[in-house]
Write a protein that binds this ligand. Sequence first.
Ligand code: ADP
Ligand code: MG
Length: 359
Amino acid sequence: MSDNTLPPGSTIGILGGGQLGRMLVLAAARLGYRCHIFEPQIDCPASHVAKHTAANYDDTAALDAFAKAVDVVTLEFENVPIAAVERLAESVPVRPGASALAIAQDRVTEKTFLNQAGIQTAPWAPVESQSDLDAAIQKIGLPGVLKTARLGYDGKGQATVRTVNDADGLYAKLGSVPCVLEGFVDFALEISVIVARGLDGKITCFEPVENIHRDHILHRTLVPARIDASVAQQANEIATRTIEALDYTGLLAVEMFVCRDGRVLVNEMAPRPHNSGHWSIDGAATCQFEQAVRAICGLPLGDTTRISDCEMRNLIGNEVNDWPDILAQPGARLHLYGKAESRPGRKMGHVTVLHNKAQ
Ligand SMILES: Nc1ncnc2c1ncn2[C@@H]1O[C@H](COP(=O)(O)OP(=O)(O)O)[C@@H](O)[C@H]1O
Ligand SMILES: [Mg+2]
């Protein structure tokens, strides 16, 4: 442990107050930490379990008071304005920091950074006009996916381009904002690696897990992933190289495509706990949320070993109404996020089914 260790009893500030923040708070509390969230929305999932500053990210007085009230700041939402993060960083450590966050917020800077670090992505080109889009299609070919460079999540801000007709007026349809065109990857499957780097520079990876999407939203995560050892090793190496190149402290999720020829391409990264890591709460020796706490507080990183094969399934929209049946199912572990209102596409909770409990 280093001199910079923040011991249990310290207060962790969290930017964002969704379900990721809520589960981070619960893991931090188990280790004796207090948490204080900063989130504009009043009745958010993390506000039920932590102290809450409900203010906008441009409210400098609220940011300054928050910085005084906490010992370290982290985030559960990557689209926090960089100016807010930089202001906090003047008086309190922010982990991960503003530079890594800025890279992850924009698909152009993210892909440029990855490619410069020698990490492969789908072929891509920046698009800032309809004529850029037409030129990018010539260069990359079809099918492709046009994505807004910023603020996309759960498939929002994306359109598949199958034919040149699909591209007609598409730049305007996505809002006439900076975009990237990516070549469509005919992947065998999608995986992700959750990697953490401590204050001492030590790195741990959770094993790669397999992600199955429905309507562009994560539906199920299978652990272990149905990949061979060489793919798993490539994936862990990519995640390790990424977190090192970012000079990052904290927890990072790296989403990847496994191609049919066994190559692994990075899709995108998230500078925070990730939906595909929820299995680790019930299925690993240390969960991703505790690992994030350990990394940002300068504690030794935990053991990421899987203790049970498992499957995590998101409860999206009305699926949350199945909670009584899930509770009755042996081996099923139910997690609800406390959201009052269910809407189509809204993540309301998840269930992890353990397949083989430790002997
Ligand atoms: N270039 C691509 N080729 C094939 N499928 C893609 C591509 N880009 C995205 N997808 C599909 O859409 C999903 C969501 O895209 P992603 O870039 O991860 O955006 P989000 O920020 O919404 O998670 C991916 O997990 C994948 O299933
Ligand atoms: Mg994604």
